[in-house]
Design a protein around this ligand. Structure first.
Ligand code: NIG
Ligand code: FE
Length: 395
């Protein structure tokens, strides 16, 4: 679609900028879009003319969701593992190796089809930015192709060669770390923006995680990591030490972990440099206790919500589902959860052009089939995404 686009008659506009309350709400508003950017936000009654027009009909409009944590490049599923868990088995992350086997055996086109299917599913649920990790290949060639395929769909790509130690290296993890930091990183880096490590008992210990993240940073990648998901551990504080953009999961935190995150606060009061990204789909799907978002928020830590979409611990692509869980199970207010799923995700990716609807921002908007953002948590499981505009284009 070329030319300008006006979305008007917006009953409740969430800007995450200037406006009422923490979501910067404006009522009876309109947004003008040109060349993929928001160029004007104001009262609907004073909206300028445009080439194209979307009448929101009094509904709520918000920035597209920013899903900052997803593992989309894989083959097969683990429905049987899920069923076993619901019958009482614990989640240990051991099933990752099952998916690694299926992923290695898949063709490029099969992997590409899965990424596109899940990306499309997420888009229809309002996700306009989606980070995509590798991590189910775990050979030089399979990690490189995973990222090459991910990069066809997203600029937010993450090298997760350190997801688990693959079976063939089980008795020599130091050698695997050498592979990840050497040839695997070299092959992956051209397609990756970020590096990630699963820092957890049974995956990578803190020394290995530090070494891998340092190599990635030296290769020009930004740092993020999976930390404190299955139990307490040093991951969160390692993330702070390395100026990670985000520490993800944060399910088991000590007071010192929370304080370390809070200490990364920007001096202008705009939140913390290292974001705590919470992934309630994982707790849902592994029947685990949810992270305590309230404790983080009350300490001043910036919180993001993401899906963790993957075939093992959280096979959902739905940000509205995560918002509803965060409100119901994690003591977040609906406003906090919606902020965390939009602006919070942008912070976790160190982006300031998304997650907000202010002049200059990317024109990523969601029109709800509801009068208020509150309905995202109030009407769980209901398809409330009426229209999605991504990069200025109606999807
Ligand atoms: O974020 N924790 C590590 N990785 C994924 C799970 C991967 C899997 O079980 O396949 C997660 O939960
Ligand atoms: Fe994950």
């Amino acid at each position: 679609m070329s030319g300008s686009l006006l979305v008007d008659n917006i009953g409740e506009l969430v800007t995450n900028g200037a406006g009422e309350g923490p979501l910067g709400i404006r009522r009876n508003a309109a947004v003008l879009v040109e060349e993929g950017r928001v160029v004007w936000v104001g009262p609907s009654a004073y909206a300028p003319a445009a080439d194209h027009h979307v009448d929101a009909g009094g509904a709520a409009v918000l920035p597209g969701f920013v899903d900052s944590h997803a593992h989309l490049v894989f083959a097969g599923d683990r429905a049987a593992e899920f069923a076993a868990r619901m019958a009482g088995q614990p989640y240990t992350g051991g099933g990752i190796r099952t998916t690694v086997g299926a992923t290695r055996a898949a063709t490029d086109d099969e992997l590409r089809a899965t990424v596109r299917r899940l990306r499309g599913e997420a888009l229809r649920q309002g996700t306009t930015t989606m980070e995509i990790k590798s991590g189910y290949g775990l050979t030089v060639a399979d990690e490189a192709r995973s990222l090459r395929i991910a990069a066809e769909t997203s600029t937010e790509t993450t090298f997760l060669g350190a997801h688990v130690v693959p079976a063939e290296y089980a008795d020599r993890p130091d050698d695997y770390v050498g592979l990840v930091c050497g040839p695997m990183l070299a092959a992956a880096a051209p397609y990756a923006k970020w590096i990630d490590v699963f820092c957890e008992r049974g995956a990578f210990d803190v020394d290995h995680a530090r070494a891998i993240l340092a190599c990635g940073r030296a290769a020009g990648l930004g740092v993020r990591l999976h930390a404190n998901q299955l139990g307490p551990g040093p991951g969160v504080q390692l993330g702070v030490e390395l100026d990670a953009a985000s520490v993800d999961h944060c399910t088991h935190l000590s007071d010192a972990d929370v304080a370390a995150l809070a200490d990364t606060a920007h001096s202008d009061g705009s939140g913390t440099r290292t974001v705590a990204t919470l992934l309630p789909g994982a707790e849902f799907s592994t029947r685990s206790p949810y992270p305590d978002a309230r404790r983080l928020l009350d300490a001043g830590v910036t919180v993001a919500l993401a899906t963790d979409c993957n075939p093992g611990s959280s096979y959902t692509s739905s940000m509205p589902f995560c918002v509803a869980l965060a409100v119901r199970e994690m003591r977040m207010t609906p406003a906090e959860a919606v902020w965390a799923a939009t602006a919070g995700g942008a912070r976790a990716l160190r982006r300031d052009d998304i997650g907000v609807l202010t002049p200059g921002a990317r024109a990523d908007l969601v029109v709800l089939d509801a009068p208020s953002y509150l309905h995202l948590a109030y009407r769980p499981g209901v398809p409330l995404i009426r229209q999605v505009i991504r990069n200025g284009a109606l999807q």
